[in-house]
Design a binder for this molecule. Structure first.
Ligand SMILES: NC(=O)c1ccc[n+]([C@@H]2O[C@H](COP(=O)([O-])OP(=O)(O)OC[C@H]3O[C@@H](n4cnc5c(N)ncnc54)[C@H](OP(=O)(O)O)[C@@H]3O)[C@@H](O)[C@H]2O)c1
Length: 346
């Protein structure tokens, strides 16, 4: 078995190239394992296989505490890295205060049982609403106080990321949607990423599970968890169900050639983008730790890359820059996003 190397996100800080995404573990997602015991077993298996980095958020109900319990069960809790987020409520964005930001950071520290958060990825719903500068100042102060190690952003467009970098916010990463069905980061962000060294940490790499052999030749599912609901819309943006089926056929044939599961070809393609530091894959309904180690061995050759390129030429790139569709109040993409979760229990 080829071992995955580590990825250096910043001096003295390295992570696994595949990050364990924990949105699926929130009670209202409808896509995670059935019990906490099962989740903790899956976490342990992931760590045993070298997948030591976890992605969560202040607004993923119950998940920071869950990871905190897992950390405490480890002989060395510092064996794992935890990337959380700071997502203020949209309804009260205009009145967010420095005290509230500090309280959110302290709450994440307490929930996770950590003295310093490894990476805080912040979001701001609307750059037209003042307050983002106050937020980043608070985060930089938290870094200086030793409460936060590194800063990242999530779901900003390239213009906003450029502004943040030019204002001197020490961003090491941007978490954004990036997959064979959604190449919006290639419009502008990958250029900025190369220019300013802000690494990409993509989500949506498997389109919530749609980039999986089980959908090959299938009709659109009736019942969908929250991820599938979100990425079903992206399939439409990319050209529709039949175009997506063509993509699955191409991936299936390449996967057969390499004797690996189809989804690992989709994941490898994103991981191979030079601007991508590491990919996030959701912790799904069951353990895929041992299956996903095969990702280290897959090497797409020039024929594979050419076949994928030809398929991508037949697809559409969703409109606008990263997260523009999701920010648009008139688009169905925004309707499925929960924007006020700071007061949720746990
Ligand atoms: N910043 C943001 O706005 C944002 C948005 C979305 C997600 N995220 C982050 O990204 C993480 C991933 O979520 P996502 O929406 O991007 O989902 P994803 O990683 O594209 O898809 C994950 C799903 O794919 C299925 N799957 C099939 N084969 C798999 C394999 N080999 N390994 C892992 N999963 C496999 C699983 O579903 P089944 O078990 O049901 O088959 C799993 O739940 C989240 O947990 C979260 O941390 C962030």
């Amino acid at each position: 078995m080829t071992e995955f190397g580590r990825v250096r996100l910043a001096p003295g800080y390295s992570i696994a190239p595949v990050i364990n995404g924990c949105w699926q573990l929130t009670p209202d997602h409808g896509g995670g394992p059935s019990s906490e015991a099962e989740i903790l077993r899956i976490f342990a298996e992931l760590v045993d296989h070298g997948f030591t980095t976890f992605d969560c958020a202040d607004i993923y109900t119950g998940v920071e505490r869950l990871i905190g319990r897992f950390r405490r069960s480890l002989p060395d809790p510092d064996l794992i890295q935890v990337h959380t987020k700071l997502v203020p409520d949209k309804a009260t964005l205009h009145e967010l205060t420095a005290q509230q930001v500090e309280a959110v950071i302290d709450r994440s520290l307490e929930r996770l049982g950590m003295e310093r958060l490894d990476l805080v990825q912040f979001h701001w719903w609307d750059c037209g609403v003042p307050g983002l500068e106050m937020l980043t100042e608070c985060l930089v102060r938290a870094q200086e106080q030793g409460k936060v190690r590194l800063l990242g952003a999530t779901n900003f467009n390239t213009v906003a990321i450029r502004q943040l970098v030019e204002q001197g916010v020490p961003l090491v990463s941007l978490q954004a949607q990036y997959s064979l069905l959604d190449r919006r980061p290639e419009r502008h962000m990958t250029g900025l990423s190369r220019e300013r060294g802000v690494g990409l940490l993509p989500y949506g790499v498997l389109a919530g599970g749609f980039l999986d052999a089980k959908y090959l030749g299938a009709r659109p599912p009736g019942r969908m968890n929250r991820s599938l609901t979100k990425y079903r819309l992206i399939i439409e943006e990319a050209g529709g169900w039949e175009t997506y089926q063509d993509l699955l056929r191409v991936l299936s044939s390449i996967a057969r050639k390499h004797a690996v599961p189809l989804e690992l070809i989709a994941a490898r393609w994103v991981l191979d983008r030079p601007e991508v530091k590491a990919i996030i894959l959701g912790v799904g309904s069951r353990s895929r730790a041992s299956r996903n180690t095969a990702l280290a061995e897959v090497e797409l050759d020039s024929e594979d890359r050419q076949r994928i390129r030809m398929q991508l030429e037949r697809q559409r790139i969703p409109a606008g820059d990263m997260y523009d569709l999701e920010r648009d109040q008139n688009s169905p993409h925004s309707a499925i996003i929960k924007t006020n979760l700071q007061q949720a229990p746990l």
